[in-house]
Ligand binder design. Structure first.
Ligand code: MRU
Length: 364
């Protein structure tokens, strides 16, 4: 994506592979800051503290983290330690495990003297594949938005509601849920996006709004509980969200609050789509509600908020009374029956085992 005329991805190698550059997403939308990661520990911290976040970007960052680790210790035990350390950073996004297993499987067959170079190459391939996958999701999803525009039959914009941030910041480029939005916008289809603020970390208000604004896509930030009201009044044509893990049966795990949007969409006959890159499918799971590990994060994300003061300083303030207990669940699961369709890089399919196997027959 372009920022001030310059093309960016969210992660890229620098210093001849001695470091990896990322955009520090904890500082957006206030500052656009690039940080260099040079070690396994710095990479693990960047994922855990959410300098990088979003399932596909977590996977790509972990792959680069293995590459940085191989520069320090390319031995078998170094490889195991790197994978274990990175796997421990966040539990829900399955792209993390997917990327680490792929790196470990490939590097185990490479002599230690060549592992650092091979690992950097493999991480770059994962990053490039993510971009290509999301580009495919964008094109397939844009046909749904075009169809919605035709159904409206007016010049009024297609109204899309999205939750959290599943845009280019959550991936290496393009995004998953927002890739169709960007593709449709670039094709000249009139579009407007309702952006759920997405408490507690406000990825919608801070990241989705920022990147849509940078691309020129009309959008409106709404509080998390507004979506149902908008749907009751015919103000949403379709919902498109991302996913951190989708089971082989089409149950979709995504940022907390997604399930409630899907229920409201179902009740109001609003199509509910999920941008799903294939590395986010957990082919070993069939019951999302019971099987997917749900991350619980520091309660401080709920009790405190950070924003910019009028004189430009970042300030964190407490918004809850001292002593109140808090529970901070990061994700929820939307059962497949509430999902209209999964938008993958190979096309759109029903949220079901048969639907997914139709597009990925090699998994039969
Ligand atoms: O906690 P986060 O910010 O990593 O959660 C991100 C999401 O829930 C996204 O919707 C999901 O990862 C899909 S990203 C393309």
């Amino acid at each position: 994506m372009r920022i001030d005329g310059e093309a960016y991805r969210t992660i890229w190698p620098v210093e001849d592979g001695a470091a990896v550059a990322i955009i520090d997403q904890t500082r957006l939308p206030h500052d656009f800051a690039i940080v260099h990661l040079t070690t396994l520990e710095e990479t693990a911290h960047a994922i855990r503290a959410m300098l990088v976040r979003g399932a596909p970007l977590i996977g790509a960052t972990a792959a680069y983290g293995v590459a940085l680790a191989m520069r320090a210790d390319p031995s078998d035990s170094g490889l195991e330690t790197a994978c274990a350390t990175l796997l421990d950073t966040r539990p829900t996004a399955v792209n993390l495990r997917w990327a680490l297993e792929r790196m470990r499987d490939r590097l185990a067959a490479v002599p230690t003297a060549f592992r650092a170079t091979a690992a950097m190459g493999d991480a770059a391939v994962i990053a490039d594949e993510d971009v290509a996958i999301n580009h495919g999701i964008g094109l397939h999803g844009a046909t749904l938005i075009r169809a919605a525009a035709r159904r409206k039959g007016t010049d009024e914009p297609v109204q899309v509601l999205t939750h959290c941030n599943a845009g280019w910041l959550a991936t290496v480029d393009w995004g998953t849920a927002l890739a169709p939005v960007y593709a449709a916008f670039d094709q000249g289809i009139p579009i407007h996006v309702w952006v759920d603020e997405t408490r507690p970390r406000n990825q919608g208000a801070s990241l989705t709004a920022w990147e849509l604004g940078r691309h020129g896509v009309p959008h409106t930030v709404i509080a998390d509980n507004v979506g149902g009201h908008l749907m009751q009044h015919g103000m949403v044509d379709l919902c498109i969200v991302g996913t951190d893990r989708t089971t082989a049966t089409g149950d979709v795990c995504n940022k907390i609050g997604t399930y409630l949007k899907a229920l409201a969409a179902f009740d109001n006959g609003v199509p509910f789509y999920v941008g799903l890159p294939s590395p986010t499918i957990d082919w070993g799971m069939s019951d999302g509600v019971r099987e997917i590990p749900i991350e619980q994060r520091d309660g401080r994300e709920l009790t405190h908020m950070t924003g910019r003061t009028a004189d430009g300083r970042l300030e964190t303030v407490q918004i809850t009374p001292d002593g109140s207990a808090v529970a901070n669940y990061g994700f929820d699961v939307t059962p497949a029956r509430l999902v209209t369709g999964l938008i993958t890089e190979r096309g759109v399919c029903p949220a079901s085992r048969e639907g997914l196997l139709g597009l990925f027959p090699e998994r039969r």
